[in-house]
Structure formats: structure tokens, C-alpha cells
Write a protein that binds this ligand. Structure first.
Ligand code: NZQ
Ligand code: ZN
Length: 401
């Protein structure tokens, strides 16, 4: 087990009806005036926004609103939010939504105390410093941003989607009420489940070998969320299954699944190859849901790289799918690994996720554009399990059509 630092400072308030506790929990953080950030309207339609606002006003907490955060959030709205937060002198940013809303809120929170343009953090021109406190009411389990040290923002003018990391903007508070997710369309539920499984796999297939405690957590989380997601698909208001999906989403990305697998205590475990490849797709085509892109890219990446360390893929096949090779021949190993990868893809498709990139309304001609910005973002080689050249990336993209 390698050395690691595990920082998960978020207070999780998890339960049925707990959205109504938002006001009391936010007030307990000392907030008097908050910037309430939300998306394109689901929280209005579902009544969640009204419940959040009532509970805040019951505690005397004032609100300033920023709405209209789109999926794959854009830096323009972050800049608007920074101005609003400064003008109204808010003391906390409250995100009500999913990864897109939370990431927009995070960027506002670290943009407010910074004198320059917030994109400087994403371009590498500025180092992470002070940050306003953040709280979250989670409405979709997926990105894990409610506990993660990541913030991913698009810049349409530059055709870039970039992430920054920092423990300083991990939310102080996450209100997690599984009933809020009953209204999620199956496609979004499925994309979220895919994303969380990918967050686990990115760490599981890092450069570090077996770490039994962490590997067991990873395999158990994947098995649990696969079971729960199947129940939710057939019974969307099943509370226990929704709750399981929600909690797995958090544990998949609060770095628990990387403990002891980190190459250095200061660096997140894993090579994040599938995320690197997918982010280029949703950067150029914001209509592509992150998790749906991953449903295609993760199996394609696995098929391309498993030869680099078949033993690790056999651990996965056994730990997640109870599959072992019938003997030790190369052929039997290949069969077992291929079966596991196929099973994972079958599962994604069974939830309604796409099988090919063509299903996502992108074309093979787009690959060239993705590779240009991939090179800008990741350089000539990236990843850990099997460092990928741009030619590898091209082959993975092309194999996924
Ligand atoms: O915008 P509204 O109307 O609210 O609708 C949203 C949105 O269209 C809808 N939705 C959310 N909760 C709902 C609901 N609809 C009905 N009922 C509810 N309860 O769902 C849609 C998707 O929301 P979004 O926030 O975009 O989803 P997700 O949580 O998957 O976030 C995706 C973003 O997070 C980034 C992705 O790249 C993408 O930009 N990621 C952030 C990470 C992080 N910060 O740690 C890690 C991830 O790997 C990921 O990259
Ligand atoms: Zn993700």
C-alpha cells in the first residue's frame, strides 16, 4: 500500500426528506447571505428549489440567485456568478443540482477572492488560493462533485473543457436526499451510474498493483451500484435502490477508491485515460452527456489496453463478475477478460446508454479535432495503466464508432 493523504471534509446529511434541513445546516455554517446556483429548470419543476428557499428563509438566510447552468458548464456563467457574489457580498455558495451546477459553483467560489480572470486557474496561469465556502443540495448522483476535489469547466471560445483540483473547494456540506432523484430521466440516471463506475475504474486501473483493502471497496461499490441501477431502471421510485446509487456516486469520487493506489500522496490515484478521452468529445459537442460518452469510451479503452497487464483485468473480472479463466493459457485469459469487458458494456447498454460513438451524434471526422485539443490538454503521452500516445487515442476513438 502506497502512502496517501485522504481528505474528505464534507459533512454529509443523507436521508429521506432531508432537503428540508438545508436552511438549518447552512445557517450552522454561519452563512447569512448565499448565492444559490442551479440549472436549466429541473429544480423549479420538481419543487426542490422552493423547498430549499423556504428552509433558508425560515433560518433568516438571504438568497441571491444564479440560474441557467447548462450541462458541461461554461466559464461565461461562472464570470457572471463571480460578479453577482461580489456585488451582493455573499458568504457562501449553495449549489442545487448535479455536477454541472456544483462545478460552476466551485469555480465561482474560488473566482471571487481572485483578482484576475477565473480561467487563469484552468489555463495554469494562477494557483489555487482562497475560496468561499460551498454547500450542495445534490439532485443527481453522477459526477461525485459533492465531495470531490475536482472542478470541470468548458470554455466555448477556446473549444476547451478543463479540470482543476484542490482540497480547498471540496464542499463543506452535502445535503443528499435520495427522493430528489426520483424525477431523473432514465438516461440521466444511467449516465450517472456509468460515470461513477468509471471514476472507480480510473483508479482501479492505475499504475499501482493490487491494494486489497481498496480493491475490495472498489469491486463492492461497482457490484452494489450495478444491482441498484437495475432495480432503479425498473422501479424509479425505489428508495433503497436510489439511495444506494446516490451513496456509491459519492464514494466513487471522494478518493476513498484511490487510497494506497496513489503514486504520490499529493496526486490523485489513476491515469484518468477514459475521462481525458471523453472530455474532448463533450468539449466539442456539449450536447453529449459526460456519462454517455464514457459508456462508449471506457470499454473501448479497456479493449485497447488490457494486454498491458492482463493480471489486473483478471482481478477485475473475478472481483466484479465472478469470472476466472478456465486454465492459464493466453487464450483462456483473453476469453475471461473479454467476457468481463463485454459484460460491463452490456450492462451500460441495458440501462439505455449508447454502444457506439455514432449513437452520440458525432462522426469519425470529429476525431481529428478531438486529437488537437487532447494534445493541448494532455501532451504527447498520458495515462498510467498503459501510457497512451495520440495514435493510441486515435485508435480508441476509431474503434468506438
Ligand atoms: O439543468 P437542469 O434542468 O437542472 O437538468 C439537469 C441536467 O439536464 C438534470 N437533472 C439534475 N437533477 C435532476 C435532473 N432532472 C430531473 N430531476 C432531477 N432531480 O440532469 C441533467 C444533467 O445534470 P448535470 O449536472 O450536467 O449532470 P452530472 O452530475 O453528470 O454532471 C456532469 C458534469 O460534471 C463534470 C462533467 O464533465 C460534466 O460537466 N464532472 C465533474 C466532476 C467533478 N467535479 O468531480 C467529475 C466528473 O468526472 C465529471 O467530469
Ligand atoms: Zn466523470
Amino acid at each position: 500500500m502506497n502512502d496517501f493523504v485522504f481528505c474528505s471534509p464534507t459533512r454529509f446529511v443523507f436521508g429521506r426528506g432531508f432537503v428540508d434541513r438545508t436552511g438549518a445546516e447552512v445557517a450552522a455554517l454561519g452563512a447569512k447571505r448565499v448565492l444559490l446556483v442551479y440549472g436549466g429548470g429541473s429544480v423549479r419543476r420538481t419543487g426542490t428549489l422552493q423547498r430549499v428557499m423556504s428552509s433558508l428563509s425560515a433560518e433568516g438566510v438571504e438568497t441571491v440567485e444564479l440560474d441557467g447552468v447548462r450541462p458541461n458548464p461554461e466559464v461565461g456563467l461562472v464570470r457572471t456568478g463571480i460578479e453577482l457574489a461580489r456585488t451582493h457580498d455573499v458568504d457562501l455558495i449553495l449549489a442545487v443540482g448535479g455536477g454541472s451546477v456544483i462545478d460552476c459553483a466551485k469555480a465561482i467560489a474560488f473566482g471571487v477572492p481572485y483578482d484576475g480572470d477565473v480561467w487563469d486557474f484552468f489555463s495554469g496561469a494562477a494557483k489555487m488560493g482562497a475560496c468561499l465556502p460551498l454547500a450542495v443540495v445534490l439532485t443527481i448522483p453522477a459526477a461525485g462533485s459533492e465531495a470531490s476535489a475536482s472542478c470541470v469547466i468548458s470554455n466555448d471560445a477556446l473549444s476547451l473543457k478543463k479540470g482543476v483540483s484542490g482540497d480547498v473547494f471540496r464542499p463543506r456540506l452535502a445535503i443528499m436526499d435520495p427522493e430528489l432523484t426520483f424525477t431523473l430521466p432514465q438516461y440521466q440516471t444511467a449516465a450517472g451510474v456509468t460515470d461513477m463506475i468509471c471514476h472507480i475504474c480510473e483508479r482501479y486501473f492505475g499504475a499501482v498493483g493490487a491494494v486489497p483493502v481498496t480493491d475490495g471497496i472498489c469491486e463492492s461499490l461497482i457490484r452494489s451500484v450495478m444491482d441498484a441501477a437495475t432495480v432503479v431502471r425498473d422501479d424509479p421510485t425505489n428508495y433503497d435502490a436510489r439511495a444506494a446509487v446516490m451513496w456509491v456516486g459519492t464514494l466513487a469520487h471522494n478518493d476513498l477508491c484511490g487510497c494506497g493506489r496513489d503514486r504520490s500522496p499529493e496526486r490523485r490515484a489513476g491515469g484518468w485515460e477514459s475521462h481525458g478521452l471523453e472530455h474532448e468529445i463533450s468539449a466539442h459537442s456539449p450536447q453529449v452527456t459526460h456519462g454517455a460518452g464514457l459508456a462508449v469510451i471506457l470499454p473501448a479503452w479497456m479493449r485497447h489496453v488490457w494486454h498491458a497487464n492482463p493480471g489486473r483485468f483478471l482481478d477485475f473480472a473475478k472481483g466484479v463478475f465472478d469470472v476466472e479463466p478456465v486454465d492459464e493459457t493466453d487464450e483462456a485469459v483473453a476469453d475471461a477478460v473479454t467476457f468481463a469487458i463485454d459484460e460491463l458494456q452490456r450492462f451500460f447498454v441495458s440501462l439505455g446508454m449508447p454502444r457506439t460513438l455514432g449513437d452520440l451524434d458525432v462522426t469519425p471526422e470529429d476525431v481529428r479535432t478531438w486529437l488537437v485539443t487532447l494534445r493541448q490538454n494532455k501532451g504527447e503521452r498520458f495515462g498510467e495503466f498503459m501510457p497512451l500516445t495520440l495514435e493510441d487515442a486515435r485508435a480508441i476513438y476509431e474503434s468506438a464508432f
